[in-house]
Design a protein around this ligand. Structure first.
Ligand SMILES: Cc1cc2nc3c(=O)[nH]c(=O)nc-3n(C[C@H](O)[C@H](O)[C@H](O)COP(=O)(O)OP(=O)(O)OC[C@H]3O[C@@H](n4cnc5c(N)ncnc54)[C@H](O)[C@@H]3O)c2cc1C
Length: 475
């Protein structure tokens, strides 16, 4: 190991994390392309940090990937949040002595052209874990190496990635509680400092301007939260100062500001998972007895659990984790599905939740569970229809957490609710929105004659659902 490579270790004190890049980590006199994806920040950005340590000139690039734009999973709300976050990133990079290069096109083609124009010899990025992202990364790696470019990828999006949290016999956990216990035995890395660029990007390398949402062909009706690194930091600060302390008691009540609202920031990486942990730790030191902290950490571990599941069991992205459930005969009634999407089911809590999604791009976790169970077990519509609608509408749309949440609700997943556990939407409303405050906010007409009657009878549908799943169990 060279003296220069030790520089990276001792500055950051993150031996295990950076070890993968150390053996050949030397200060290069060529340029490195830094490929931004869902890590739109300068603070605690692992691969960017190493890229800047490894060479004098880093070319930070964001490719508006035409293939991703065409995907039905790319929705207006998340794209709007992404564009805002990109603009903030562009400004932050400039203030830090660099320049963001934006290109639109086919991903590899754009990276290839940039390498050719600049003479860059390497591409660095942070790893992602859903099958589509892994395929994309594998393709870039293959193409780049074929051209003689070096590639390096890093763990950054999670505290512990798949392969690090395993059972004693080396196999992956499929149940959350033992996974989380093993997860908690491993150390949590500290956050890295904000990246500063050592030398500017040569003026000859052109960048497009960041496109507008309309320019990308999207229209957005929802009023979404503010993107960008500063907004992410502010959300974290506000949450750890107040709501975190009472998170355990308040997080299930959608009328309250009881949860962090960090999900879009964690999804697009405008705040890092290690920075969130550092914020939580600081709050713990100030309020050692606060009951909400362990509960909140468990939610962050759910996020990693679902990444772990997709890493080890990629088939779950296209079908049931428990393959036998692929044989379920959903009714898939399009009229009922449309009423669900539009918040016109005649069940006030379901309608309020769907309208929250449609008008804000976000939905409270308790409500996500209620509407997902309602779609699958009251309307007998496939969880995959709901999964797709959420991907299209959510500002925090995340392949792993969304797939995990839907398969949990439909009882087809790893650690899912048993199939006979069926929420009654009205009892859920009575328990978690007792005064109807949340419902009134989104369905003001709920108590008036203009509000439609329920589109199904919950008791009848429950019997049907039990029969549907039951047949499968006994077959
Ligand atoms: C059907 C369904 C679909 C979902 N789809 C998504 C999705 O596309 N994107 C997404 O980020 N979350 C999804 N979730 C998980 C959860 O509902 C959201 O993460 C949470 O509501 C976001 O709000 P918050 O940031 O205020 O959460 P908080 O309660 O403050 O939690 C903090 C963070 O922990 C993580 N988290 C919390 N709960 C979960 C969970 N159950 N599973 C995985 N991670 C969790 C999120 O990153 C969240 O930001 C889904 C849940 C269900 C039941």
């Amino acid at each position: 190991m060279s003296v220069l490579s030790l520089r990276v270790v001792w500055v950051q004190g993150r031996l295990p994390l950076l070890a993968e890049s150390l053996e050949d980590s030397v200060l290069h006199d060529f340029m490195i392309i830094y490929w931004f994806k869902n890590d739109l920040r300068l603070a605690d950005n692992t691969a960017l940090h190493v890229a800047v340590a490894d060479c004098d000139t880093v070319l930070p690039v964001y490719v508006i990937d035409k293939e991703l734009l065409r995907s039905p999973h790319t929705g207006a709300a998340q794209t709007a949040f992404r564009l805002q976050s990109l603009e903030a990133l562009r400004q932050n990079i400039e203030a830090a002595g660099g320049r963001l290069i934006v290109r639109t096109g086919e991903l590899w083609e754009e990276l290839r052209k940039l390498a050719q124009e600049s003479g860059a010899k390497a591409i660095y990025w942070n790893r992602e874990y859903d099958p589509a992202s892994r395929e994309r990364e594998a393709r870039i790696e293959k193409e780049a190496r074929a051209l003689g470019l070096e590639t390096k990828s890093f763990k950054d999006d999670v505290i512990h990635e798949a392969g690090e949290v395993l059972k004693n016999d080396g196999t992956p956990y499929v149940v959350f509680t033992p996974y989380s216990k093993a997860w908690k035995l491993l150390p949590v890395d500290a956050a890295l400092p904000v990246t500063k660029f050592k030398s500017p990007v040569p003026a000859s390398i052109r960048s497009e301007s960041i496109p507008t949402l309309a320019g990308l062909g999207f229209t957005l009706e929802a009023k979404i939260p503010e993107g960008g690194e500063k907004a992410g930091r502010d959300v974290l600060k506000k949450f750890t100062a107040v709501a975190l302390l009472d998170y355990r008691r308040q997080r299930d009540f959608p009328a309250l500001e009881g949860t962090s609202r960090l999900s879009p920031h964690l999804r697009l990486g405008t705040v890092s998972i290690r920075t969130v942990f550092a914020g939580v730790e600081k709050a713990r030191q100030a309020h050692p007895k606060a009951g909400g902290i362990e509960t909140f950490i468990n939610e962050l571990i759910w996020r990693e659990f679902y990444r772990h599941v997709l890493s080890h069991f990629p088939h779950a992205i296209n079908g049931s984790f428990r393959r036998e459930y692929d044989a379920l005969k959903w009714e898939n009634n399009e009229k009922l599905f449309k009423a669900w999407c539009e918040g016109r089911t005649g069940f006030p809590i379901v309608d309020a939740a769907m309208r929250q999604l449609n008008t804000t791009g976000w939905m409270h976790n308790r409500l996500r569970m209620i509407v997902a169970m309602f779609l699958t077990k009251d309307l007998l519509v496939s969880w995959q229809w709901g999964e797709r609608y959420f991907m299209e509408k959510l500002v925090d749309a995340d392949p792993a957490s969304n797939n995990g949440g839907w398969q949990w609700s439909a009882s087809t997943g790893t650690d899912a609710a048993p199939y006979f556990r069926i929420f009654n939407p009205n009892s859920q409303a009575a328990k978690f929105d007792p005064e109807g405050d949340f419902i009134k906010r989104f369905v003001p007409e709920a108590d008036t004659p203009s509000y439609p009657p329920p589109i199904v009878n919950h008791a009848d549908q429950r019997i049907k659902t039990l029969a549907l799943y039951g047949t499968l169990k006994s077959s």
